[in-house]
Design a binder for this molecule. Sequence first.
Ligand code: AMP
Ligand code: MG
Length: 348
Amino acid sequence: MDTIYEDMRDGLDLDAIRRGGEILKKGGLVAFPTETVYGLGGNALDAEASAKIYAAKGRPSDNPLIVHIADWDAIEAITEGLPPAAKLLADAFWPGPLTMILNKSELVPRATTGGLATVAIRMPSHPIARALIRAAGGYIAAPSANTSGRPSTTRASHVVEDLSGKIDMIIDGGDADIGLESTIIDLTEEVPTVLRPGYISLEMLRGVLGSVELDRGLIAADSKIRPKAPGMKYRHYAPKAELIIVEGPAERVREKINSLVHEQLARGRKAGVIGTDESLLYYKEGDVRSVGTREDEITIAQHLFGLLREFDESDIAVIYSESFETPQMGQAIMNRLIKAAGHQIIQV
Ligand code: AMP
Ligand code: MG
């Protein structure tokens, strides 16, 4: 299949949006930018379109898709028994990087929800995403636009790398602002529960709803406790190289990473380091790269997935990463990094 590339880095192209909307209405797939990561879109109300999304990504079919809407009024038709908490959260955080799990209506096929009776819904703020959703009839199912298991895509070139030839259109909207996927909150539980941390933190959600819990599967050291979001159990984001996180006081982390890199080089293996602008000059050897600055945590979120992809282009055998427990997004950043590392963490 030929994949059409539409460049909208300089702004909305309404003709191309209309063409993208037509492709989606006919059951085709369009990748598009959102403020979190790039999404691989298909008509959420069309079971066959959802099946195509799973096929293009190589995604396990029990891993449900998020339905994207552009207007609050669109939510009624796809849910049953909407709780008041949904409107409160929408008023506070929509459009934006928050996904709510709600009971689904008949209109949403099980192919979209991975067989579940609930549906994940988000209203993105990105103008290209909003225009495309409206042009497509109001409901776009869109997981991250990456091959399943690889880091999510935060720029169009990543999408081209993973999905070119497999989908109908890729819309380039430049680099994603946030760089990590949305926060997911489950409103079908007695106490609203965060299933995936993101830019909207637990504290921000508690500020609106009062009590909010964190899914036990996310914090449990016991790997037998399954996370409630089906997608959270899969190995994800993994670079080709082995990735190991070193955690502890900054100075000891840098010493430990320097000695680990030295050992690897002595054994004839190439080693990489993930640090920040503040720490780069402390590392003497290896392929040292900065993920961002600790002065502005969003820069770390923005570049994490792209940096993991960059390492895939080299023949590095092992990457050592600092850990990033930053104030608002630390939980989300570390959740992705720990998954990418397959839970390999060295404490110093
Ligand atoms: P992605 O679209 O690639 O960011 O992944 C979507 C995430 O949302 C996955 O971790 C899914 O398991 C999760 N998700 C989607 N729908 C539901 C649902 N109905 N219940 C629980 N988790 C969901
Ligand atoms: Mg994903």
